[in-house]
Design a protein around this ligand. Structure first.
Ligand SMILES: Nc1ncnc2c1ncn2[C@@H]1O[C@H](COP(=O)(O)OP(=O)(O)OP(=O)(O)O)[C@@H](O)[C@H]1O
Length: 254
């Protein structure tokens, strides 16, 4: 018996309103606990793929299943419940700069409260505890009351990771999370993601430009080129020839 995929793309295509095809007939399955790195040239469709998973982008055709349920077709409360399972971090951190680190991390609980409680900032003790614990897990417990914009870029990204963890997700999407960071902080963020994957069993899907880091941290690589999936396999199979085919100069498939 094969284990149920936590993320499944079935013949997914995405056409932007201007007619450009961001994804072309992509099918894939990701299983619980995997650490999958998506690589490809700038503009290949990596972010489009990532943002389709939690419906930051709607796809044009095909279906995306989360734990076997279609997120493509989900509406209202069902969509909200599915999105709770999916945390996300971004290249530019997306923190509320003038708010404290703790407030930012608590935002990870937004999907669990009605709007009026959020407006009044009425978080439960249990949620505050969750937020502290998430901050501690990225080694930033002592920064809880610091304003987010007082932290370094690497620290801000780790606050964003803590915010995603507070959501108690099963999947973590990371869209170019280290693109704005220097090499040293890059490692710290990647190490945090790896630890979260291994110790908490959270499935990680991450876009990276850097193939070396993709090979070092990933268990599996997906290569995207001009909207097509052109490679999907374990890191050991991502040979130089494979990487050349993902990044190379020759004509991309249409
Ligand atoms: N809203 C949009 N309308 C039209 N085209 C878009 C839109 N968003 C993205 N695209 C195009 O879709 C293609 C894929 O974009 P995407 O951001 O997914 O690429 P990427 O592989 O993540 O690139 P990068 O590494 O530079 O972020 C690009 O050619 C981009 O210009």
């Amino acid at each position: 018996m094969t284990e149920q995929a936590i993320i499944e793309f079935k013949n997914v295509s995405k056409q932007y309103p201007n007619g450009f095809m961001g994804l072309k007939d992509v099918s894939l399955q990701i299983h619980p606990g995997e650490f999958v790195v998506v690589v490809g040239l700038s503009g290949a469709g990596k972010s489009t793929l990532m943002r389709s998973v939690n419906r930051l982008h709607d796809v044009t055709s095909g279906d995306i299943l989360i734990d076997g349920d279609s997120i493509t077709k989900a509406r209202g409360k069902d969509l909200l419940a599915m999105r709770r399972k999916i945390g996300m971090i971004f290249q530019n951190f997306n923190l509320v700069k003038r708010a404290s680190v703790l407030k930012n991390v608590l935002m990870g609980r937004v999907g669990y409260y009605p709007t009026w409680k959020m407006v009044l900032g009425l978080f439960t003790k249990a949620d505050k505890q969750r937020a502290y614990e998430a901050l501690q897990s990225v080694d930033l417990g002592e920064k809880a009351y610091t304003r987010a914009d007082q932290l370094s870029g690497g620290q801000q990204q780790r606050v964003a990771i803590a915010r995603a963890l507070t959501q108690e997700p099963r999947i973590l999407l990371a869209d170019e999370p280290i693109a704005s960071l220097d090499p040293e902080t890059t490692r710290k963020v990647m190490d945090d993601l790896k630890r979260i994957n291994e110790q908490m069993g959270i499935t990680v899907l991450i876009n990276l430009h850097n193939v070396e880091l993709a090979k070092e941290y990933g268990s599996r690589i997906i290569g995207i080129r001009a909207g097509h999936k052109v490679f999907d396999g374990p890191v050991a199979e991502a040979t130089d020839d494979v990487i050349d085919a993902i990044y190379g100069e020759e004509e991309a498939p249409s």
